[in-house]
Structures are given as structure tokens and as C-alpha cells.
Design a protein around this ligand. Sequence first.
Ligand SMILES: C=C(O[C@@H]1C=C(C(=O)O)C=C[C@H]1O)C(=O)O
Length: 280
Amino acid sequence: MSCPRVGHIHFLNVLPLTWSYAHGADRGLSITRGVPAVLNNDILTHRLDVSNVSSIIYARDSEELVILPDVCISTDGDVQSILLVSRKPIHSLQNDKIILTAKSATSHCLLKIILRAAYGAIPQYYIRHITPEDPVPDDASASLLIGDDALWLYHHRQPGFFYYDLGREWKQLTGKKMVYALWVANQNFARQQPELLQLVYDRIHRAFRLGLEHKREVIDSAIAAGSPFTYDQLDHYLGNVIRWDLTEEYLDGLHTFYELAHQMNLIEHVPMLRMANVRR
Ligand SMILES: C=C(O[C@@H]1C=C(C(=O)O)C=C[C@H]1O)C(=O)O
């Protein structure tokens, strides 16, 4: 039996899973680590069987994919690690130049929806590599960062910039929860290898549970490995800010996200949320 090829976004927002993979939960899986933009591409080009991907990617290729139930990366309000850093207050952005991190897909759409629907702005967007040390290039008004870069900026704000948490902005705009990432499987893999799909699903669930049971050790080991955050910052971020449960309320938030993205022509249609057929 060949190893299922599984993608893993190695941001701190899935640290309990990363820790468990490093402690044996990766047995029998072939894991590829990467940033969302790369894994998004890898699942669509069939280089992976299952992956943690940007939630907007499912809507762009829903015929080819199924969603793993009960797991996602989401928040109810503040996210801390998806930030717009701006030289101007958000309500004064108009047709300004805004740089979007090259690592993301969902946050690009989220920002476009928020600026258009809440602030009436249609800026010019450019995708570029940006660093937290120099977040807003001289030729731009604002930048969008995600993941550990954004979390670092959230805790190390530089004077002269305005910071906007897109989880909070989304909640203000819609009143809903937001799903940033899903675990999806390629439809062919799901159909042809149901027992391997079940193995991956069970592994991911058990790995999250194990990582959360060892939360103190998980955070200590990240700090010992050089993570530039305090224990309390990560303790709060993991579980109080970032959530991993894909319940009805989160699915409702995801559906609203797809509807607004469709209204703005960011996706061709609002997809049906098709769940993989696994024993839970
Ligand atoms: C909450 C976050 O969500 C991330 C945002 C993604 C995107 O914008 O495409 C993809 C995966 C998530 O890990 C984060 O960046 O920390």
C-alpha cells in the first residue's frame, strides 16, 4: 500500500498538528510542508492526495475536491495572523496600491471583500513577497500579511502604521465566523482509495487531539526551537483565537464567504460543500 501524499501548512496556527507529526503521527504518510499558495497548487495539480489548503481554493475547483469533515482553520472574530498594515486609516484607502503576500489565496479575497463592501474601496492589488521587518514597500499604501509573519507584526507594531485584523473586520461586516483553510482530498483519491482517506482523516484528528492534550509541551518546544513568541501569546492564540472545529456555524460563515466572493467575481460559482465519506 503506497503512502498517501499529504500537504501540511507549517504555520503556528496548526502547531498541535505539526508537533504530533514530529512525534510519530506522520507514520505511513508522505508529508509535504509548504506555504498555502504552494500547497494549493500542489493539490490542484495532483501532486498531493490530501492537503490543508486555502478555503477559497475549494470553491475554484470543487468538482475535483471533497472536504474532510470536522477540521479547518477558523476564528470567531479576531485572528491576529491576517493583518492589513497601512500607512493610512482603512476608511481613507481608495484606489491606492496594496501589496498582497504571495503566500496566500483566501486572505486576498477576504481583503477585497472587506475593502469593497465595508469601505467602498477598489484599490490596485499587486502580489509580492513581503517581509515583516519591512512590511509596506515605499511605493505602496498598505500590505496584507498572513501566518507567522503577521502574528509577529501583531505583537511588534511599528509606529506610523495602522493595523487591521481581518478576522475582526469580517465579523463586523457579516456577523459570521470565518474559515481560512480546509483539509481537502482529491476526488479521484477519495473514490479509489477510501481506506487510505480514512487513515489520513483518523490520523489528522488523533494528531490534533494529542497535540492539544500536550499543549504546554507543544508550545515550549516551539519556543525552544526559536519561535519569537512568549508562552502566553501562543497559549492564547492556539485555541482561544484560532479554532479547528468545522461545525455548522463555521460552515455557514464559509458559505457567506463564498457568496460574497462570487458577488465580486472572485469565484465563478458558489460551490456545494461536499464532505468526504469517512467514518467519524
Ligand atoms: C489564519 C490564517 O489562515 C491562513 C490563511 C490562508 C490564506 O489566506 O490563504 C491559508 C491558510 C491559513 O493557514 C493565518 O494566516 O494565520
